[in-house]
Design a protein around this ligand. Structure first.
Ligand code: CU
Length: 192
């Protein structure tokens, strides 16, 4: 009972903290455009986040993974859809997601996988070796993926001192110590 009351109080306090928007641009050097960089707040010491109940969705359409890069919070279940008239498969060679292989399925069906660890998972399809996608499972609910112009927006970020990380499928990852106070702008540049 006491514990429950504490939780309610803690939630109330958290709700009263001011929150803003973390936004900016990631300049991706040496690639076609600045899309597909994942910007996220790294694990916050002493803070844990419950796994989201809502599923995320990764589609296979016109023989590509859509979106190409999908950031999610650790604990999220992803539904893998097939929107093509051909069979698709999804597997990952990465240990952080136990090298899952969901089998092969036709249009209109989907298979699911829950990402239990922080992970930068490459997605591949055994039927179409040229297909490649990425799921980036991050430890906080504060993440975004850049548009072609490199811009990103992470909404409802509480004030505080954080490590903000940037991941990209082909460029070198980077990070910055960031003090968030209301609406805060942080820009990055990444290269090979
Ligand atoms: Cu395929």
């Amino acid at each position: 009972m006491k514990l429950a009351l504490c939780s309610v109080l803690a939630l109330g306090l958290a709700g009263s903290l001011s929150a803003g928007e973390l936004h900016g641009k990631v300049a991706c050097k040496g690639v076609r455009n600045s899309a597909d960089a994942v910007v996220y707040i790294a694990a916050i010491p002493g803070k844990t986040f419950a796994a989201p109940a809502k599923h995320a969705e990764m589609d296979q359409k016109n023989l590509v993974f859509a979106p190409h890069v999908l950031p999610i919070q650790v604990g999220t279940t992803v539904d893998f859809k097939n929107d093509d008239s051909v069979l698709h498969n999804v597997f990952s060679p990465d240990a952080c997601c136990n090298r899952f292989n969901l089998g092969t399925w036709p249009k209109g069906q989907s298979r699911s996988y829950t990402f239990k660890n922080e992970c930068q998972a490459t997605l591949l399809c055994k039927v179409h070796p040229e297909m490649e996608g990425f799921i980036v499972a991050v430890p906080t609910p504060y993440y975004a993926v850049t548009k072609a112009d490199g811009s990103y927006v992470i909404k409802n970020v509480p004030d505080g001192q954080f490590t903000v990380k940037v991941w990209h499928p082909t460029l070198k990852a980077t990070q910055k110590a960031v003090k968030v106070a209301g609406n805060t702008q942080v820009d990055f540049e990444i290269a090979r």
